[in-house]
Design a binder for this molecule. Structure first.
Ligand code: NAD
Length: 300
């Protein structure tokens, strides 16, 4: 099976690398020439447009930033939908259920199946093949794509209808964004009260307050002050906006969600959309006049 990959960013590059490593022929496209060159150096063929990828590959993966870019790459003038070879388009991006449904419907007119398959687990999970892969497509199509998706991580078949993978991913990211936001507030509170940052992390991780921020994001990117987790604050805000939009459509209340979303919006405006999402702690630190950083030397 010849595979294609469009969108070779923080997540796409390591996922595409894993598909190459597992022995598949891969053709790639990205608007960023440097991103394509890095994959070409690893053995991938390059294309000049999404359509050209879909002219040569039967299964094409997308890992793209926003719903607008996914719509353009899938359905635009030079989009995948016009490719002569493609039968499956696997969308690994986070774009929300309505975009998935729209892309699935348009691709189906050309007998192409959309496999709605967002992922969670960050850049490290993408490189190690330990992502949670949340796949929604009919059973018969799932049987075909599951062995390839298994190269990326643990695959969950969450439903038959495109959009259900997105719903699963959005609720996951709501939890992850909330954990990081409230942990930032809690640890800034602790620092201002006089507690040591490493001690707070150790104690919370031995107690009932532990979460993905205390176990991973704070120790890895905030305590050392590197702020290099690999997910842009603008993309996290995008996920929360998509979540809020869908909750509104479904008639589900988001008391906590409204506050969490506003905090992320504030942090994005203060830090810039391209800043790493772990910088959400910075405006809270500046407001309070403290920093949540490790005083221990690396390796201690
Ligand atoms: P990114 O911005 O690092 O990468 C996006 C890539 O798409 C870039 O290389 C960019 O050049 C390319 N691109 C943009 N427009 C294009 C176009 N028209 N045609 C072809 N390529 C185009 O983003 P990312 O962090 O890799 O995230 C990708 C998707 O995965 C997003 O939907 C994000 O929400 C989701 N996601 C990210 C993470 C993470 O930790 N970074 C984790 C899970 C899911």
């Amino acid at each position: 099976m010849r595979l294609g990959f469009v969108g070779l960013g923080n997540m796409g590059a390591p996922m595409a690398g894993r598909l190459l490593d597992s022995g598949h022929d891969l053709v790639v496209f990205d608007v960023n020439a440097d991103a394509m060159r890095a994959l070409a150096d690893l053995g991938a063929a390059t294309a000049r447009s999404p359509r050209e990828v879909a002219d040569t590959a039967d299964t094409v993966f997308m890992s793209l930033p926003t719903p607008a870019v996914v719509l353009e790459v899938a359905l635009g003038e030079d989009g995948l939908v016009h490719g002569t070879q493609v039968r499956h388009v696997v969308d690994l991006s986070t774009t929300g259920s309505p975009t998935s449904a729209r892309v699935a419907e348009a691709l189906a007119t050309q007998d192409v199946c959309l496999v709605d398959s967002p992922v969670s687990g960050g850049v490290t999970g993408a490189a190690k093949g330990t992502l949670a892969v949340m796949t929604a497509c009919p059973d018969s199509q799932f049987a075909l794509v599951e062995p390839i998706l298994a190269q990326l991580g643990r695959v969950f078949h969450v439903g038959a209808t495109p959009g259900l993978g997105q719903a699963m991913k959005l609720l996951n990211n709501y939890l992850s964004a909330t954990a990081l936001a409230v942990t930032a507030e809690a640890f800034v509170f602790g620092a201002k009260a006089g507690l040591d940052a490493d001690t707070m992390v150790e104690v919370v991780n031995a107690g009932s307050g532990r979460n993905s921020a205390t176990q991973d994001k704070f120790p890895r990117a905030i305590l050392p002050g590197t702020f290099d987790f690999g997910f842009a604050i603008g993309l996290m805000y995008k996920d929360l906006a998509l979540f809020a939009e869908q909750a509104d459509t479904l008639g589900v209340p988001l008391f906590t969600g409204s506050a969490v979303r506003q905090l992320w919006q504030f942090a994005r405006d203060q830090m810039g959309a391209d800043a790493d999402f772990t910088t959400i702690v910075r405006p809270l630190e500046q407001w309070s006049g403290v920093e949540v950083r490790s005083l221990r030397r690396a390796g201690e």
